[in-house]
Write a protein that binds this ligand. Structure first.
Ligand code: IMP
Ligand code: MG
Length: 186
């Protein structure tokens, strides 16, 4: 087992995601102008379940962001396909969907880019918030749950691109931590 401990099993995740989808559905006024922007790769599984549970169709775009190397944030966030999405976000009411609020660097970088790209409004939606002093403070409009500061895998969360497909979210067992992560390649 790659987990040393399960933090949220698939039923618990489902309950959280159902509650979040209801909160989002009742908070969005102009559904036609709303664009879900999903931060890849981590939020892929979460966003699929969350958006499918909404009681209205929502236009969706995906943006790749990466900052993690091994089990640590590199401190730099790259958005390699931001340029191609610039026109898509202009004037839209953005629902920004991400997996984890950890240092806050990814979310704050995304928010800065969306503001510069003249999004009409932005709401943030995050499954997990790590209870750590965030480097950048970000307002989370829709939060799944808070969690301790441990490195997690499963339900989209990876360690060097492994374990995303696992159904539960759990702590990565220490013997699975790779000592030689791939070089950071922005
Ligand atoms: P931040 O920029 O430090 O807030 O981190 C945000 C991104 O790092 C998240 O969107 C995740 O993709 C990734 N991340 C943070 N913590 C973990 C973890 O425990 N497991 C896997 N990925 C993580
Ligand atoms: Mg991410």
């Amino acid at each position: 087992m790659p987990y040393s401990r399960i933090v949220l099993n698939s039923e618990q995740i489902d309950r959280i995601v159902t509650r979040m989808s209801r909160d989002i559905a009742s908070a969005i006024d102009d559904r036609d102008n709303c664009l879900a922007l999903v931060v890849l790769d981590g939020a892929k599984y979460f966003a699929r379940d969350l958006l499918a549970k909404l009681d209205f169709p929502i236009e969706t775009e995906f943006i790749k962001a990466s900052s993690y190397v091994g089990t640590r944030s590199s401190g730099r966030v790259s958005l390699p396909d931001a340029e191609a999405l610039r026109d898509a976000v202009c004037g839209r009411d953005i629902l920004l969907v991400d997996d984890i609020y950890d240092t806050g660097l990814t979310l704050s970088r995304m928010l800065e880019w969306l503001r510069r790209g003249r999004a009409n409004s932005i709401k943030t939606c995050v499954l997990l918030e790590k209870e750590v002093p965030h480097t950048q403070t970000v307002t989370i409009d829709f939060l799944g749950t808070k969690i301790d500061d441990e490195f997690l895998i499963g339900y989209g969360l990876d360690h060097n691109e492994q374990y995303r497909e696992l159904p539960h979210i759990g702590v990565l067992s220490s013997d699975k931590i790779s000592q030689t992560p791939p070089a950071y390649n922005p």
